[in-house]
Ligand binder design. Structure first.
Ligand SMILES: CCCCCCCCCCCC(=O)SCCNC(=O)CCNC(=O)[C@H](O)C(C)(C)COP(=O)(O)OP(=O)(O)OC[C@H]1O[C@@H](n2cnc3c(N)ncnc32)[C@H](O)[C@@H]1OP(=O)(O)O
Length: 248
């Protein structure tokens, strides 16, 4: 009896081991397949969503400014003239496509669920709705931002961290246009007047000095008609090698 119970328990434990191995294999195969099936189209598909294009959540002021800057040959409202006075829209995706296509990051990105912080809210209009334009000489960028209801800090106004995030994003995108990849080494923010939740504002980024790997950028946020200054900032970006990003 004891012997047959011993056989039975060995059989159970053998079966359990086999089953758990099979389960592990099946789980591994299924989860890898799921991950690959979900990730590959969004990384490799030529139809990755460009978040810088209008969507139905964009209000009248957002659309007016988008059309203003997006017009072919639209001119700099501050009179930049021919040189650097025309604006080009910067496409915006929620993944680091550039490096994924290069291959170096492919496996790392497929296995992660990484998404760009400012582009990961599913509900259109709820958080950061923005589009960045840059001048031909890449000395200036302007971002039109519509700040959604999930960005609240003080009641009825935008959170200071969300403001800093947008400054980092715009100045970082600006610096990346000139020398990618870059990392923010320093960011100084002066909050001058609160930004009403739901409002549309302009974030302007201007390239300052460049010293070797260092790029100094200044930035200001103002109301869409330019009458009110909300925020001023300066940032330092340092260009890094891809290996710096892989260090973890
Ligand atoms: C299209 C794409 C869309 C992309 C759209 C998305 C854009 C979003 C952009 C977001 C960007 C981020 O948030 S990045 C995430 C936040 N940042 C980080 O986590 C960075 C963490 N820090 C680091 O990794 C490192 O400290 C670095 C990379 C900043 C610098 O390290 P390093 O490469 O070893 O260089 P290092 O020799 O230390 O410094 C180089 C030079 O910079 C100076 N330096 C370094 N740090 C500082 C500092 N805080 N303040 C002053 N100066 C500094 C040094 O004195 C030196 O000057 P000299 O002696 O040469 O004169």
């Amino acid at each position: 009896m004891a012997k047959s119970l011993g056989h039975f328990s060995s059989l159970v434990s053998f079966t359990k081991t086999q089953l758990s191995r099979q389960c592990a294999r099946l789980f591994f195969r299924t989860s890898v397949r799921r991950t690959v099936m979900r990730a590959v189209p969004s990384i490799l598909s030529p139809k990755a969503r460009d978040f810088s294009l209008p969507n139905p959540s964009w209000g009248d002021e957002m659309m007016r400014l988008y059309n203003h800057y997006n017009q072919q040959g639209g001119v700099d409202p501050e009179g930049g003239g021919e040189q650097g006075g025309r604006w080009t829209r910067l496409p915006s995706y929620n993944r680091s496509l550039k490096y994924a296509i290069g291959g170096v990051y492919l496996s790392k990105i497929i296995q992660s669920k990484a998404r760009l912080f400012t582009r990961n809210i599913q509900q259109a209009g709820a958080a950061f709705e923005y589009v960045v334009f840059y001048t031909n000489d890449k000395q200036r960028c302007v971002c039109v931002l519509q700040a959604g209801h999930l960005l609240e800090g003080p009641p009825g106004h935008v959170h200071g961290g969300a403001i800093a995030t947008m400054i980092d994003t715009v100045t970082g995108s600006h610096a990346s246009l000139l020398c990618a990849p870059v990392m923010t080494a320093n960011l100084n923010v002066n909050y001058r007047s609160p930004i009403p939740l739901g409002s549309t504002v302009l974030i302007e980024s201007t390239l300052g000095e460049q010293e070797g790997r260092k790029m100094f950028v200044s930035c200001k946020i103002s109301s869409s008609d330019g009458s009110k200054l909300h925020t001023e900032a300066t940032a330092l970006f340092v260009s890094v090698g891809v290996s710096h990003l892989l260090r973890g």
